[in-house]
Design a protein around this ligand. Sequence first.
Ligand code: FES
Length: 233
Amino acid sequence: MTEENPKSSKIRDDAMKITVSRDGPYIVTGGVPLTSEEICNDDEGYCRTWRLVKRYPLQEQYALCRCGHSKNKPFCDGTHAKIHFDGTEAGDHEPYRDGAEVIEGPALSLTDNEHLCVHARFCMRAGGIWNLVQQSGDPTARDIAIEEAGNCPSGRLVVYDNTTGEAIEPELERSIVVIEYPPRDEHGPLWVRGGIPVISADGDSYEVRNRVTLCRCGRSGNKPFCDGSHVER
Ligand code: FES
């Protein structure tokens, strides 16, 4: 299987990047588009689609809150200093594939790195992506599995075409999406799309991926990445 690789990122603006500041916000540079989007349920209550809520004015540089306490979310307002936010990064630079389980089906294979789950729940419809991949000889099951994996914001789930060995990745505009899930009143992570580099406070680059989610509640044990801690369990 070939590592996922955002195909079009090479022809896009290489100035775009996100730098994690020590115990402070994400510094976004290079004019990265910023939107807010909601996860919408279908009639049966399964997470199914995205709805654009807001497109923020384009800025060359901005700071996004990662402590969860700004009064001006999604932007930082300096509150992290007043609350002495501990934004220590987990230091987990393990490549996605090293932590992923492989599930093989007739037409598709799936890699699943559960460590990255953000509870977006797109993967549960129609029997769940794990079953769908094993039934992927059926074109309908195959198509639903591809759709579910592509909607997984963290990229926990990646499907591969068994014929080519290539990852089947959605074409995503290089951008950041603030995720909201009104049916459960959940305020999700920042969805970093299209292969924007994320640089740790100590200057190291994390693995560049087409889909990545960053913590914005301050509670993740896997900072800077979301680990689903915003969801009450
Ligand atoms: S990181 Fe600055 S207010 Fe949250």
